[in-house]
Design a protein around this ligand. Structure first.
Ligand SMILES: *Cc1c(COP(=O)(O)O)cnc(C)c1O
Length: 374
């Protein structure tokens, strides 16, 4: 039997046609016409005025943080449980991530802990929506207003998701997306910064392109990087965007199917289906082993791999990253819920190309595996 990959994207729309247009016209670099079109269309899906496409979602966070003027000594509040891109965007600028533990219900950061983390050095709050449910945004925006803080929204996993009916990617000063192949819209590698602030958008464009001075080329006042996005990537992105609604429906149907079939299995916690502000969009379908289960995520992932089922572990906590431990950052800090999710959480095949037959096999193998370890 074939191995079922954890993430197989669906590329059977106009991707090939638009890519051929790039090749035929010779427009393959970041100067090509699809880039602007994709920026406009993608930013429009979340009601933002400006979109700045960049090389990946990590780059989007870096560009956003630099554009907001985050710098040496500043503190940025963010979840302990997230991808390292969030923390690196801040530490690369000499600023310090201040971590917040997870809420075990939604797997997002516990919003109630944020206010206690605010100091005179706090410059921004980074909202990171994880695995399919948005963070509770309104209380964070209230805090940001009250304490005069910037808000960066990492919406990498939230294409098409809403919070109280308002699009994820529309909150705060600046929001970011990723178009990695496990995201609902993919360009292979790719990302975007979106904002309504014209000046901030202009800063992002400069930072994306080595901070070339506008008046003279090859002269620079500031350090940045080459974060450019190509016409080839935009070609794929435009074809993907045409199907966003269909993709979201499919993701939700996949999530509902898994929930229906896996509900009630002893020792297995499933993603919650909804909160009072959003229905789960199931970026990927995560599973968390109950505390009484001895095995950790890696052990059960190995068992599933032997049965031909691809899985991926959850994120590893920021305060447990060797690179930050070496620097003495987060010394002595613990975030029990985040640590639990990182050790017991993993996700099962969730790509848009997954077939019904494959999903049935995944369910059977997960059930059999749980019977063995219970
Ligand atoms: C995928 C992801 C990123 C990083 O995106 P890349 O395109 O892989 O660099 C950032 N934040 C979150 C929450 C993500 O899921």
């Amino acid at each position: 039997m074939d191995f079922i990959p954890v993430n197989e994207p669906l590329l059977n729309g106009n991707e090939k046609k638009y890519l051929c247009e790039c090749i035929d016209s010779g427009w393959i670099s970041s100067e090509g016409p699809f880039v602007k079109e994709f920026e406009q269309k993608m930013s429009a899906t979340v009601g933002r005025q400006y979109g700045i496409a960049v090389s990946n979602g990590t780059a989007a966070l870096e560009v956003a943080a630099q554009a907001l003027g985050i710098g040496v000594g500043d503190e940025v509040i963010m979840p302990a449980f997230t991808i390292i891109s969030c923390a690196m965007a801040v530490t690369k600028l000499g600023a310090v991530p201040v971590l917040v533990d997870s809420d075990l219900h939604t797997w997002n950061m516990n919003v109630e802990e944020i206010e206690g983390k605010i100091t005179d050095k706090t410059k921004a709050i980074m909202i990171v929506h994880l695995y399919g449910l948005p963070v509770e945004v309104d209380p964070i925006m209230d805090l940001a207003r009250k304490h005069n803080l910037k808000v960066i929204e990492d919406a990498a996993e939230m294409h098409g998701q809403t919070y109280h009916g308002r699009p994820c990617g529309s909150f705060g000063d600046i929001s970011t997306f990723s178009f990695y192949p496990n995201k609902h819209v993919t360009t292979g590698e790719g990302g975007m910064v979106v904002t309504d602030d014209e000046e901030l958008a202009e800063r992002c464009r400069l930072i994306r392109n080595l901070c070339f001075r506008k008046d003279v080329r090859y002269v620079h006042d500031e350090i940045s990087d080459n974060y450019r996005f190509t016409n080839l990537q935009a070609a794929v992105g435009l074809a993907q965007l045409e199907r966003l609604d269909e993709f979201i429906k499919r993701k939700r149907a996949m999530g509902s199917y898994y929930t229906e079939k896996l509900r009630g299995i002893d020792g297995l916690l499933l993603p919650i289906e909804k909160t009072d502000y959003a229905d789960n969009i199931y970026w990927v379908y995560g599973l968390v082993l109950d505390r009484h289960i001895q095995a950790d995520n890696k052990a059960v992932q190995k068992m599933l791999a032997e049965e031909g089922i691809g899985t991926r572990t959850f994120f590893w906590c920021m305060h447990e990253q060797p690179v930050y431990k070496k620097e003495g950052l987060f010394a002595g800090e613990t975030y029990p819920n985040a640590e639990y999710l990182a050790r017991k959480g993993f996700y099962i095949p969730s790509g848009l190309a997954l077939t019904q037959e494959q999903m049935e096999r995944v369910v059977d193998k997960v059930k059999a595996m749980m019977e063995r370890i219970n």
